[in-house]
Design a protein around this ligand. Structure first.
Ligand code: KG4
Ligand code: ZN
Length: 362
């Protein structure tokens, strides 16, 4: 069975074709980073309009890449939520219309289930059951996974998501949007040990997270480290949004040292909770997914954590950690093959709990 996957929940148009026998046949991605970078974050209306421009040409592109015709497609899967409603509606309308036009089953997919299953695209996929750490721009969740659609939320962020914290701290350090990958690059040049930030909510039981205090702590450190810009008016860093602009400067090494310490605080906090989740469930497999799972420091800290627990760590290759069409095509293929399909409604659910999904085999 060949399924076309369409992802348009935020600022990436991702299209792919997954075959239940041959695996991933074609995959294309268009990132809107350049459109949003000048605003320092995603502008929802611009995102929707750009998905409209890119989705159909990318669908033609993946069909050509896979040397397939529309009549070769057996099902269409699109991201139905969570995400930006306008952006979701573009993929949902196109997916639903193509499914109807081609006369094939069509299904709305949960974006976070797509992320959670992305490591299944790798040569050595994880086996159920496992603990999944989902770390994206909108979510930080620990999930007990018994099978496809069998998800129990063990803990989640009470405020900012991990990716959001990376993006905001990146902005404080004067880095371009998206802050996450840019901060990770800067952190490589940082000297460990100069700064140390708190590991929020790790000294009390439970599996929830909170990153807003950590962000404040970084903001205070940045303010303390800034030096007057000698006669160079206007070259200081941009103050955090809503605050008076601070025109004092931060030297490059200090920026890198702060980035390193922040990244380490996030990675250690996530690792402490992952260890607890593995101990609590007794599972021996940890899967990390979502944009922040591309972070190399996080991967190495978690690798050390699972080793101590005689467990294994699984993740997708970087391009399938961040938003992509392949994960939606994969999840859609599993579900459509099991007989699941939607009615003719165009589904777009900006908020949608993973726990409400239908298990695959029921
Ligand atoms: O999963 P994703 O592409 O989109 C959402 O579903 O939100 O995740 C995007 C998030 C952004 O916050 C981005 O800054 C972060 O993932 N991210 C990273 C890295 N690559 C992407 N954060 C830290 N290190 C990275 N290498
Ligand atoms: Zn995502």
């Amino acid at each position: 069975m060949k399924v076309l996957g369409i992802e348009t929940s935020c600022d990436e148009t991702g299209i792919a074709i997954y075959d239940s026998d041959a695996g991933l046949l074609a995959d294309a991605l268009y990132s809107q980073i350049e459109i949003h970078a000048k605003y320092g974050g995603v502008i929802p209306e611009l995102a929707s309009r750009d998905h409209i421009r890119k989705a159909l040409p990318l669908i033609s592109q993946v069909l050509a890449q896979a040397q397939l015709k529309p009549e070769d497609i057996d099902g269409v899967a699109y991201t139905a939520g969570p995400g930006l409603v306008g952006a979701l509606l573009v993929g949902a309308s196109i997916g639903r219309a193509l499914g109807m036009g081609w006369g094939v089953p069509t299904l709305g997919i949960h974006h976070m289930e797509g992320h959670l299953l992305a490591p299944m695209l790798e040569d050595t996929p994880p086996e159920f059951p496992f603990v999944a750490l989902l770390v994206s721009g909108g979510h930080t969740q620990l999930v007990k996974v018994m099978g496809i659609g069998e998800y129990t939320l063990l803990g989640e962020s009470l405020d900012d998501a991990a990716g959001e914290a990376f993006d905001k701290v990146g902005k404080m350090l004067g880095l371009e949007y998206p802050g996450g990958p840019n901060l990770a690059k800067l952190a490589e040049k940082g000297i460990p040990g100069r700064f140390s930030f708190p590991r929020p909510m790790t000294n009390r039981p439970g599996l929830d997270f909170s990153f807003s205090g950590l962000k404040t702590s970084v903001r205070n450190t940045i303010a303390q480290c800034r030096e007057p810009a000698e006669g160079k008016q206007g070259e200081g860093e941009q103050g955090p949004i809503g605050e008076k602009e601070d025109r004092r400067v931060l030297d490059q090494q200090t920026k890198a040292d702060i980035a390193q310490a922040f990244e380490d605080a996030v990675a250690s906090t996530l690792a402490i909770k992952c260890r607890r989740a593995l101990q609590q469930t007794g599972f021996k497999t940890l899967v990390i997914a979502g944009g922040v799972s591309a972070n190399l420091h996080l991967r190495s800290v978690l690798e050390a954590t699972v080793q101590k627990l005689d467990s294994k760590l699984f993740y997708a290759q970087p391009k399938y950690c961040t938003d992509n069409g392949a994960m939606i095509a994969y999840a859609g293929c599993q579900r459509i093959q099991a007989g699941q399909r939607d009615d003719l409604a165009i589904r777009a659910q900006p908020r949608w709990s993973l726990e409400t999904l239908t298990p695959l085999n029921r």
